[in-house]
Design a protein. Sequence first.
Length: 209
Amino acid sequence: MSELDAEELFHLAMKASEEGDREKTISYLKRSIASQPQAKSIYILAAEYAELGMMQRAIEGMQRAVELEPTLWTAHFQLGLLFLSQTLIQEAKNAWEPLIDLGPDAYLYHFAVGCMQLIDDKTEDALESFAIGVEMNDDNPALNRDIANIVNSVLASGQADEAETSGAAAGPNGVAEQDFDDMEPAEDEDVGGKRHLLLSKYGESGKLS
C-alpha cells in the first residue's frame, strides 16, 4: 500500500481530534508536517501542544505557522494569547500588530485592540472593542464564544466594576454584555475545525477548548 500523503494525514489527524484521541492526532500531524510542512498542520499541532500545557512548543509552532502563511490571521491572534499566557506582554503586542494593520474593517482588528486595551487597563474601551468585533464576526462563531469568555472573565475578576454595577457594558453599536452571555459554543469553521485558544483558561491550566 502506498504511503499516505500530507493532506490525507492531516484529515486523519482531524478525525482523531474529533474522536478525542490526542496521541493519534499529534502523531498524524507530525507525519503530515514531515511529509509536507503546511501552515494549517503546524497551526493545529501548536494548538494541541497548548492544550497539553507545552506552551513553548505551542509558541514556536504558531510562530512557524505565521511565517509559512502570514495571512493566517487567527494564528497571529492566538500567538498573542500564548505570549500573554506567559506574561510576555511586548511579544503579545508584537504578535497582534499584523491584525492592527488590517484596519477597523476586520473583526480581528477589534479583538486585537481589545486585548491591548485590557493589557493597558483600559477595560471599558476593551469591552467596546470586543463588542464591535463580535458584531462584525459572522463567519467564526467559536471565536466570538472565546471573546465572550474573555469578557466574562474580566467582569468576574472585578476589572469592570462599572459594567457589573450597570449590568451591561454596551458598545457603540449597541452590543451589551448580556449578549455575550447568551452565546453558545459553536464548532470552529477555521483551519481544520479546531477551536480557538481561550485566554480565560490560560490562567487555570494553559488549555484550550
